[in-house]
Structures are given as C-alpha cells and as structure tokens.
Design a protein around this ligand. Structure first.
Ligand code: HEC
Length: 112
C-alpha cells in the first residue's frame, strides 16, 4: 500500500466535499442573481427594475411593510403579477433555504 498516495486521495476527497457543501455568501448571490433587477444598492433603479416598478429597499416604509417569511416565500417561489405572468423567477431550485434566508437578511441591510 502506498501511503502518500492514500493521503493525497483523502485530501482530494476532502476538498471535493468542501466544494460541494459550499454555500455562496449573500453578497455574491445578490450580485449573481438579483442585481440585474433590484440593483446593487437595492433601490430597483436598474433598466429592468424601472420597467417592473420595483420597490426601493432603502425606503424604511417599504422595509416595514415587508415580512421576512413573505420575502423568503417570494424568493423561493417567484413573483407573478395579477395576470399570472412571472415577473421574478423562483430561486428555490437554484439557492438553498439558508442562502435565501441570508439574502433576505442582506436586503434588510439596504435600509438606511
Ligand atoms: C427579473 C427581475 C428580478 C430578479 C432577477 C429578482 N427579482 Fe425580486 N422581485 C422582482 C419583482 C418584479 C418583484 C415584485 C415587485 C416588488 O415587490 O418590488 C420582486 C420582489 C421581490 C421581493 C419582495 C417580496 C415581497 O414580499 O413583497 C423580494 C424579497 C425579492 N424580490 C428578492 C429577490 C432576490 C433575493 C433575488 C435574487 C435571488 C431577486 N429578487 C431577483 C423582480 C426580480
């Protein structure tokens, strides 16, 4: 049995495991998935955001009206307008429940 080889293999498996369980930080997920519409500053003043008349997450009144569990639900299941047309896709398949929870916490930080 070649010991150094076993050691290398164990190290590789360890790194693979670490990579698979990796959850991207909220800032990274926000940049990758949400900025396009909601904006880097959360104001929703992007080209798409303006068209969708998105809420301004720096507005304390908007923040007060938002409920954490609804934010989690919308992010997980997506947002449809009254006509049933999808305006924001469901992220439940792309992001883990923990990542979505972190994103909601991230949105809360835009206030003030
Ligand atoms: C294609 C554009 C688009 C993208 C991308 C997008 N959203 Fe939205 N989002 C919307 C629209 C449209 C609404 C509904 C209007 C509003 O509340 O401003 C919305 C609403 C929300 C709400 C408010 C839900 C509520 O309870 O009122 C949250 C929270 C939210 N988005 C989070 C996210 C997160 C987190 C991401 C990234 C993972 C994201 N959005 C990506 C368009 C988008």
């Amino acid at each position: 049995m070649n010991n150094s080889r076993t050691l290398k293999l164990t190290g590789c498996l360890f790194l693979l495991g670490a990579a698979l369980s990796y959850a991207a930080p909220a800032t990274e997920n926000w940049d990758n998935h949400c900025v396009k519409c909601h904006g880097a500053d959360g104001k929703g003043q992007t080209k798409v955001g303006k068209k969708l008349s998105l809420k301004d997450y720096t507005d304390a009144k908007v923040q007060a009206e938002l409920k954490d569990d609804e934010m989690i639900k919308t992010t997980t299941e997506g947002f449809k307008d009254k006509a049933g047309k999808e305006k924001m896709k469901a992220y439940g398949a792309v992001l883990t429940p923990d990542e979505i929870k972190d994103l909601v916490a991230h949105i809360r930080k835009f206030k003030g």
